[in-house]
Design a protein around this ligand. Structure first.
Ligand code: PMV
Length: 326
């Protein structure tokens, strides 16, 4: 998607509001299609709305500051891990022609970072919305997407755009041709998302896959195309409520992701535990090399058993997500 934010004409300074301007966004998981999405193949995203990041714009004398986790930094001296939220802040202020001084943007994240759950995109969305509320102006969806993507380019290098949509979406969707489309569900689906506790950077994982593909383009392209086929098959499975077939495609995608170099021993451990506990399938979700594993269950009771098995196998956190409930 090629959208250039439209700039407002004159620089504006704002009176202090009675209620502090805030924004929020949530985590996401990818059911199937990560990494292949960077190469134009489809993927399926699942919003995880209870896991949220909130941003607030406050008055603070002096140069623009960013605070998170009890620490506060001038935006010009941010640690590397806050570089993308710094870009989200300055890009959003610039977009609305607001002065950057005498402000602090405070970010509270309930999403584990570097875990494949879209923490960077959610933080960018929360900040963009908080700045928009501070500006008291509307923001069209294309410009909002592009502002988040400008931050994601710092976090990811070459983001497909799926996280920028998924961290604001309320329903699962198919990401195809760079755009989200509704995912049809023929039956309820129970997912368990488990955190390996291993932190891994998305840009390094994406760059690693790029190196694998470049080293043997024919093999690399075939592996990515195979993930694309699995994703298209998964869309049909979900539409027809065929969870066993869908789970098998998830597990097949996991094998390909491992071949692409984004596996990890802890991912394997949690996948094995989930499948051993009766999951129809399981795989890494997000960039991999650590992060989270997603498993699919054919019922609520089974999902609970899988959740316990993944915890016993070493997951540091586990979340249940049900979609398509009647
Ligand atoms: O790990 P996350 O939450 O940053 O997700 C990355 C998803 C990738 O497909 C690996 C990259 C992308 O931009 O689509």
């Amino acid at each position: 998607m090629d959208c250039v934010p439209i700039r407002l004409a004159e620089s504006r300074s704002m009176p202090a509001p009675a209620v502090l301007p805030t924004g929020s966004a949530h985590a996401k998981a990818i059911l199937v299609g990560e990494h292949a999405a960077v190469y134009g193949h489809p993927a399926i995203a699942l919003p995880m709305t209870p896991l949220r990041t909130v941003a607030e714009v406050r008055h603070s004398p002096g140069p623009l500051r960013l605070s998170s986790g009890g620490r506060s930094f001038p935006v010009t001296q941010l640690p590397h891990r806050f570089a993308s939220v710094g870009v989200a802040t300055t890009a959003a202020l610039d977009f609305f022609n607001l002065p950057a001084d005498d402000l602090e943007v405070a970010v509270r994240s309930g999403i584990p970072p570097q875990a494949g759950l879209g923490a960077s995109a959610a933080a960018a969305h929360a900040i963009v919305e908080a700045v928009r509320a501070h500006a008291r102006l509307p923001l069209d969806e294309a410009s909002r997407f592009e502002l988040v993507q400008s931050a994601e380019r710092v976090a990811h290098g070459n983001p497909s755009g799926i996280d920028a949509y998924a961290t604001r979406a309320s329903e699962p969707f198919v990401f195809s041709g760079g755009m989200p489309a509704p995912l049809l569900l023929g039956a309820p689906v129970w997912f368990v998302v488990a955190d390996t506790g291993v932190r891994a950077s998305t840009d390094e994982a994406v760059a690693g896959v790029r190196r694998t593909v470049d080293a043997d383009p024919a093999r690399g392209s075939a592996l990515l195309a195979r993930i694309g086929d699995l994703t298209r098959g998964a869309v049909t499975d979900l539409e027809h409520g065929q969870l066993t077939a869908f789970g098998q495609r998830m597990t097949a995608a996991q094998q390909i992701l491992t071949e692409l170099g984004v596996g990890h021993a802890m991912i394997d451990q949690l996948v094995t535990a989930a499948v051993g506990a009766g999951a129809a399938g399981a795989k890494l979700t997000g960039a991999g090399r650590g992060g989270c594993v997603i498993a699919v269950a054919t019922g609520a009771d089974r999902a609970e058993v899988i959740q316990s098995a993944m915890t016993e196998a070493g997951a540091v956190a586990v979340w249940a997500v049900t979609v398509g409930e009647t």
